[in-house]
Design a binder for this molecule. Structure first.
Ligand code: MEV
Length: 390
């Protein structure tokens, strides 16, 4: 990641909005679109992004501070309408910093397209397997630029009798480099489908990306010294025990797991929105992944070990830094620039860390003074500035 300076911005919350914006805009590359955080995307851009455009719906953009991810300071842009999430993320990042921040990794950027084949001949699957290299090469003819960047179709997986004896499903596995990849794999899936129909002797059904991007997981961990969890009248060890219990509750009960994961997506969706990424795709993949065992489960874990609280998160994170709104929208571009992320994998690492942070903040509050007390403090100060240091 390119360094954009320290993320530990003491007193940032006390500054006025204009001063905060100037402070952050100073860190952007000189080539950045003028005043990208002022909002109001140009009408001509909006008009090319969606149909029947009448304007832009703006939501607040804030910066979560204190993040240390893989040893680098990162300022995390978050676009979200819900009060307290950005303060909570900043606060949790400060707690994690008392350990060594967040350690995060991301799988290679493999996105999968599904091609459904109906009524294939009995030998259909075997004939497709035999033509594997031909199909991959055919898919790659549609994506010269991607192939030049080192990406392209990598694998074919043939699944027989998917939910019915007459349904064959081919998974086309594509290295999307720094793109989220839906457009790329959808194009490839359509391009190879006639050949697959001929080989299998069947009829083509759906051809579309799967959002259960389980070959593209991102993971983050943090190890927080217990003393760093202390808060208003609660010892760190008490808060840690509460967080461990809260995790056990979520692991035992899908009703609680859904809300536990909502706290994770508070952070994840806000960063995805700020960077022009498709948060619906990530939500869909995240929830499907959470249910992969047949029982809906929490996407993070929390355990006390010795003098520390250890948190982990893992989920599919098919995100991009090129293509779509990430490239076309000046604010999204500036947000990516501010983070200093140079690859989609680096963005996925920061996103996973932010999800773990908002989860930690929620569980810490729920296990101590209660979420409403914390929220209410922030609501009461509106329209003034926070009274609590994030
Ligand atoms: C509210 O936006 C999110 C929480 O409900 C998450 C949780 O309960 O863990 C506080």
């Amino acid at each position: 990641m390119k360094s954009r300076g320290a993320s530990r911005l003491k007193g940032f919350y006390r500054m006025g909005l204009d001063a905060r914006r100037s402070e952050i805009e100073k860190r952007l590359a000189p080539s950045t679109h003028a005043r990208p955080f002022l909002g109001s995307a140009p009408p001509e851009l909006i008009d090319t992004m969606v149909e029947n455009a009448v304007g832009a719906f703006e939501m607040p953009l804030g910066i979560a501070v204190n993040f240390l991810v893989n040893g680098s300071d990162v300022l995390v842009p978050m676009a979200i309408e819900e009060p307290s999430v950005i303060a909570a993320a900043s606060n949790a990042a400060k707690m994690a910093r008392a350990g060594s921040g967040f350690q995060a990794t991301s799988d290679p950027p493999l996105t999968v397209g599904q091609i459904e084949i109906l009524n294939p001949q009995q030998t259909g699957a075997a004939r497709i397997e035999t033509a594997r290299e031909e199909i991959l090469a055919l898919a790659n003819t549609t994506q010269e630029a991607l192939v030049a960047l080192g990406g392209g179709a990598r694998d074919l997986i043939v699944r027989e009798h998917v939910g019915a004896s007459d349904r064959l499903v081919v998974h086309l596995v594509v290295d999307c480099v720094d793109a989220m990849g839906a457009n790329v794999v959808n194009t490839m899936a359509e391009a190879v489908s006639d050949r697959l129909a001929t080989l299998s002797g069947g009829r083509i059904g759906l051809r579309i990306v799967t959002n259960l991007a389980d070959q593209r997981l991102a993971r983050a961990t943090c190890a927080i010294p217990l003393h760093a969890l202390a808060r208003r009248g609660f010892k760190g060890s008490e808060v840690a025990k509460g967080i461990e219990r809260a995790y056990a509750f979520a692991a035992a009960d899908p009703y609680r797991a859904a809300t536990h994961n909502k706290g994770i997506f508070n952070g994840i969706d806000a960063v995805l929105t700020a960077t022009g990424n498709d948060w619906r795709a990530v939500e869909a993949g995240g929830h499907a992944y959470a249910a992969r065992s047949g029982r809906y489960s929490p996407l993070s874990t929390w355990h006390i070990q010795d003098d520390g609280l250890f948190g982990t998160i893992a989920l599919p994170l098919a995100v991009g830094i090129v293509g779509g709104a990430s490239r076309s929208h000046p604010t999204a571009r500036a947000c990516l620039d501010l983070m200093g992320v140079e690859t989609a994998a680096e963005l996925a690492c920061v996103v996973a860390a932010t999800g773990l942070a908002t989860n930690l903040a929620a569980l810490a509050a729920l296990s101590s003074e209660g979420i409403q007390q914390g929220h209410m403090r922030l609501h009461k100060r509106k329209p003034d500035l926070p009274t609590e240091s994030p």
